[in-house]
Write a protein that binds this ligand. Structure first.
Ligand SMILES: *[C@@H]1O[C@H](CO)[C@@H](O)[C@H](O)[C@H]1NC(C)=O
Ligand SMILES: *[C@@H]1O[C@H](CO)[C@@H](O)[C@H](O)[C@H]1NC(C)=O
Ligand SMILES: *[C@@H]1O[C@H](CO)[C@@H](O)[C@H](O)[C@H]1NC(C)=O
Ligand SMILES: *[C@@H]1O[C@H](CO)[C@@H](O)[C@H](O)[C@H]1NC(C)=O
Ligand SMILES: *[C@@H]1O[C@H](CO)[C@@H](O)[C@H](O)[C@H]1NC(C)=O
Ligand SMILES: *[C@@H]1O[C@H](CO)[C@@H](O)[C@H](O)[C@H]1NC(C)=O
Ligand SMILES: *[C@@H]1O[C@H](CO)[C@@H](O)[C@H](O)[C@H]1NC(C)=O
Ligand SMILES: *[C@@H]1O[C@H](CO)[C@@H](O)[C@H](O)[C@H]1NC(C)=O
Length: 482
């Protein structure tokens, strides 16, 4: 569209022209009412619309799947960051295959990936493609190797108002390279994530297909006011640590309408690891997850933990579909974790081919190092599950608290579990747990047999502030119509 040599000048000219066209279209829309959507604009729901737009090709990008676009992305975003105070900017990735190493986002910024565009993660493992970043303070150590960690493919820190979206464009981490190194024990640094946003406020990640992350896919950490919606996340079911979405020490987060197939937990809610997480002390709280569909034969639909040392509270999960998944909403913790998991509310689970419907684990044995304090016990209380239909289940429940530190106030109501052709004899295996139940088939273990409240287990009636946030309709220039 315009030359890379003087992006400032050409960019503003383009923005002015876009604004004029947009105004014309808007007045046309007013006159013509609901009739038709202009084909050279796409309608994109977002927390903020942007005044300026640019294409990655304006900064020297080449979408041939071979040329590295690492410098193009970095130059583009560096340039567009100067427009943050002037209405913000959108960087559009048009149809093509865009190979790149890690790059950093900026504030008041939208990265838009067109449906026929694919961002491909670089497989050149060096400092210019994959810079090293500091270890996470709430984890203390690297997870794959004792050293530091690679920056995520798409990384942002200390930002306000950042949107990563598309009309179902693709971001492909080309993870096989990293999984192979992981299996061979050849990693010197912890693998990059696909998307990581740290210390930020007002984040939206939506309407994308994410495939084959080197490790976790989407990792918002130390952040607030996060909306994640309409993601299709796909990784082989045997790929290592390919968690779908990991809200970690985040508050006011809404995750909805996602479809995830992965080699690890579809969603893992976290808040730091043992003594490092206890010291950092930042919980994940006020989280809502709606209409999640998950396939993960060896992991959970939603895991709470295992790293939960900063605490997890006020989580609301509604309408979870699990297919061929090991467990549904699982608690994972251990002595040494400290912290808490409390005020968890789950309503509406539709499950088919599950090893466990309910699973809680008090001896999840991974620790960052041997300096954890075994006297730091987690507090697990007020966990509510209601309205569950499951079929082809191997074990109804395995609920394993901690001796001397029982998991309390567990409530389970209105549950119908259909078993596999050859069901296990001990359907409810419960130790160090206590709570209530009503209308549960097959009947639960004695520690949960106390009658629950009439009307079933609690689910809050109010909405979280993040549920009330309405997305605006932004008109985004369609890069295929110029
Ligand atoms: C991205 O930001 C991190 C943290 O500020 C920094 O260490 C890294 O060098 C930045 N990467 C690039 C490519 O600028
Ligand atoms: C990393 O690899 C890229 C692509 O091969 C190359 O252009 C760059 O110079 C390398 N950087 C370093 C620090 O080796
Ligand atoms: C980002 O914010 C954190 C927490 O407020 C602060 O400790 C850190 O220094 C900030 N980093 C940058 C690069 O501004
Ligand atoms: C997005 O693309 C994926 C992969 O092709 C597809 O499975 C999914 O249904 C698409 N989502 C939407 C909303 O079109
Ligand atoms: C990892 O470390 C080993 C041993 O120090 C070294 O031979 C290898 O080149 C390093 N790999 C990378 C990608 O830096
Ligand atoms: C959950 O599903 C039920 C039954 O289909 C529906 O009535 C309810 O509105 C759904 N809730 C959400 C948050 O999607
Ligand atoms: C039921 O679950 C078993 C595993 O326990 C699986 O092998 C089988 O295919 C499932 N049957 C159906 C009908 O989904
Ligand atoms: C019951 O649960 C305990 C603790 O999780 C486990 O060690 C034991 O093997 C289970 N028993 C059966 C019969 O599954």
């Amino acid at each position: 569209m315009y030359l890379p040599q003087d992006p400032t000048k050409t960019h503003d000219a383009a923005a002015r022209i876009s604004a004029v066209i947009l105004l014309a279209l808007l007045s046309l829309a007013t006159v013509e009412g609901k009739r038709s959507c202009p084909t050279n604009y796409l309608q994109v729901p977002a927390i903020s619309c942007r005044k300026h737009t640019a294409l990655i090709t304006d900064f020297g990008g080449v979408g041939d799947g071979v040329t590295s676009n690492t410098q193009a992305f970095r130059r583009a975003i560096e340039h567009l960051s100067s427009l943050a105070a002037d209405g913000g900017a959108q960087l559009t990735v048009p149809p093509g295959k865009w190979l790149t190493g890690s790059f950093n986002l900026t504030s008041h910024f939208t990265l838009f990936v067109h449906k026929d565009a694919k961002i491909l993660g670089s497989q050149v493992e060096n400092e210019s493609e994959w810079p090293q970043v500091a270890l996470l303070p709430s984890y203390g150590v690297g997870r794959d190797a004792p050293g530091g960690r690679y920056s995520s493919l798409i990384f942002g820190t200390n930002l306000t108002d950042v949107v990563i979206t598309g009309n179902n464009g693709t971001i492909d981490g080309q993870g096989a390279y990293w999984w192979d190194k992981f299996h061979k024990g050849e990693l010197n640094l912890t693998r990059p994530y696909l998307i990581e946003i740290m210390y930020s406020d007002q984040i939206q990640i939506s309407d994308l297909t994410l495939v084959n992350s080197p490790s976790w896919f989407v990792h918002p950490i130390y952040s607030k006011n996060v909306i994640i919606q309409g993601l299709t996340i796909l990784a082989p079911i045997d790929s290592p640590n390919t968690d779908g979405i990991d809200p970690d020490s985040c508050s006011n987060t809404r995750i909805e309408d996602c479809f995830i197939v992965s080699g690890d937990d579809c969603i893992a809610v976290k808040s730091g690891w043992d003594q490092y997480g206890i010291k950092f002390g930042m919980p994940t709280e006020d989280l809502v997850i709606k209409r999640l569909t998950c396939i993960s034969p060896d992991s959970a639909g939603v895991a709470l933990g295992s790293e939960m040392s900063g605490g997890i509270r006020n989580v609301r999960i509604e309408n979870f579909t699990g297919i061929n998944t090991q467990s549904a909403v699982r608690i994972k913790t251990a002595r040494g974790r400290g912290g808490f998991v409390k005020d968890i509310f789950v309503r509406g689970m539709y499950l088919s081919t599950m090893k466990y419907v309910f699973w809680m684990t008090g001896n999840y044995k991974s620790h960052p190092d041997d300096k954890f304090d075994p006297a730091a016990l987690p507090e697990i209380t007020n966990i509510n599950y209601r309205d569950v239909v499951a079929e082809n289940v191997t074990y109804s429940a395995r609920l394993e608290g901690i001796s001397g530190d029982p998991f309390t106030n567990i409530c389970i109501s209105n549950v119908k579990i259909g078993l596999t052709a050859t069901p296990k004899k001990l359907q409810w295996n419960c130790t160090d747990v206590e709570g209530f139940s009503s209308d549960v088939v097959p009947p639960p273990c004695a520690p949960l047999a106390k009658a629950g409240k009439s009307g079933g287990c609690d689910f809050p009636e109010d909405q979280l502030p993040i549920e009330r946030v309405q997305l605006k309709t932004c008109f985004v220039q369609n890069p295929t119509v110029v």
